[in-house]
Design a binder for this molecule. Structure first.
Ligand code: DWN
Length: 393
């Protein structure tokens, strides 16, 4: 299916950059042979991850707590009996996860190609290399530090197009009794909730247990456990180890059977998904058009990467959304990719609340609705589009 021409999801821009804005065709496809759901074309990595990368993981308090729990589980269940354990994180962003290992005095190394976010981690004393991970880098890390007891990766594996090279590098870097743990948005949730906004340039894959198991088995890595997470609208944590090194949890087989029941192996499932995306697009644009006609003010909440797909696919622009409120300084004062809706600091929303808020950051709904209780109590209305377009108060 195609979502049409799309800009770089985190390519927030100034008005003088509009003329040279880059677009590509956002077209995902499903492979019935290996079960992978992926983009056909992805912009080159340097266009997405660079010294002005706009997403800082630590903007959500909930996500900070999530990664603290994740780290504590790794320290307790994986590293406890090990001599001078060594942890590597791929795509460590601003250090939201590794800071917990640093604080526990554990040897660690973050790999984060986007220099600006990596610098935030370095300033906090977290060891970070700004490079793209591959086999050569894996060998260099092993030469300098030895093999890793665990390799972690959160919302990053699905961003890396050359999965084979990554898997090869991981196999070299991981100790024979080590574990790879990564989490990413889960295909089963995306299909169940029609959360098509998970599809954008950075997310080259939307994984399932079936596709992860297949892809990593090619490189001698076995899927030994799967742990559902509620983060980012429904994610899955995958645990892998060198083949036959660790017992395999029954969770793996159970989830794969569930995926079969959900029809994740059938092309018809994706035809239905496409149809639901089209219905969702029509409902959302009709709602925004009618609010515009009634002269109601609508403001967006959270200039997410996901919102780039929603705005461009549904043809939403500044005529519908007055501005998007976002707490990330690097996004403020800029225009959103493709749709060119102004992004303003949170204070713009707080000091002049609109009648309606389009909740682009629906994945952080619990945290945001708690923070914005006064807006809701004061009669403010929320618009969501996942799992369906609706207004709630
Ligand atoms: O995989 C990815 C995920 C994990 O993070 C990356 N490809 C990029 C990014 O995707 P996203 O931009 O869709 O992530 P979020 O976490 O949904 O973005 C939330 C946005 O909303 C941020 O720009 C921060 C902002 N925000 C806010 O303004 N007020 C967030 C919260 C919780 C708030 O209270």
């Amino acid at each position: 299916m195609s979502f049409g021409k799309m800009p770089i999801a985190n390519g927030f821009l100034t008005s003088d950059q509009i003329q040279n804005e880059y677009f590509f065709e956002l077209a995902p496809a499903f492979c019935s042979y290996c079960g992978m759901f992926q983009l056909i074309e992805q912009p080159e990595q340097q266009k997405m991850f660079h010294e002005n990368y706009a997403f800082f993981s630590s903007t959500s308090n909930y996500m900070q707590a999530h990664f603290k729990q994740f780290s504590e589980m790794v320290i307790k269940c994986v590293l406890a009996d090990r001599q001078e354990p060594f942890v590597v994180e791929l795509g460590s962003n601003d250090g939201i996860m590794l800071r917990n290992f640093k604080d526990a005095g554990i040897r660690h190394l973050g790999i984060e190609p986007s220099i600006n976010v990596a610098n935030v981690a370095r300033l906090a004393g977290i060891k970070t290399l700004s490079e793209f991970f591959n086999v050569e880098l894996a060998d260099r890390i092993v030469g300098e530090n030895g093999q890793a007891d665990t390799i972690l990766c959160a919302n990053v594996m699905c961003h890396i197009p050359d999965l084979n090279s990554i898997a090869k590098g991981i196999k070299r870097l991981l100790k024979p009794d080590g574990m790879l743990m990564f989490e990413d948005p889960y295909l089963g949730d995306m299909i169940a909730k029609t959360s098509y906004d998970q599809i954008y340039d950075e997310h080259v894959f939307i994984f399932s247990a079936t596709s992860v198991s297949w892809a990593f088995a090619q490189h001698g890595l076995e899927l030994i456990d799967v742990l559902p997470q509620i983060t980012h609208g429904g994610s899955m944590r995958y645990v892998l180890a060198p083949k036959n090194a660790q017992p395999v949890s029954s969770n793996v087989d159970e989830l794969m059977q569930k995926e079969q029941k959900q029809g994740l192996h059938k092309t018809e499932t994706y035809d239905q998904f496409r149809h639901k995306c089209e219905t969702s697009r029509t409902s959302l644009i009709e709602l925004l058009d009618s609010l515009k006609q009634k002269g109601q003010r609508v403001v967006g909440y959270g200039a997410t990467s996901k919102s780039t797909t929603v705005n461009n696919y549904c043809d939403i622009g500044p005529e519908h959304i007055e501005f998007i409120s976002d707490t990330t300084p690097i996004k403020q004062g800029k225009l959103t990719p493709g749709a060119h809706i102004p992004v303003k600091p949170y204070e713009a929303f707080k000091h002049n609340p609109p009648e309606y808020v389009l909740l682009y950051a629906w994945n952080h709904a619990v945290e945001i609705l708690e923070k914005e209780k006064n807006f809701t109590v004061g009669g403010g209305k929320w618009i969501t589009f996942v799992p369906r377009v609706e207004v709630f108060t």
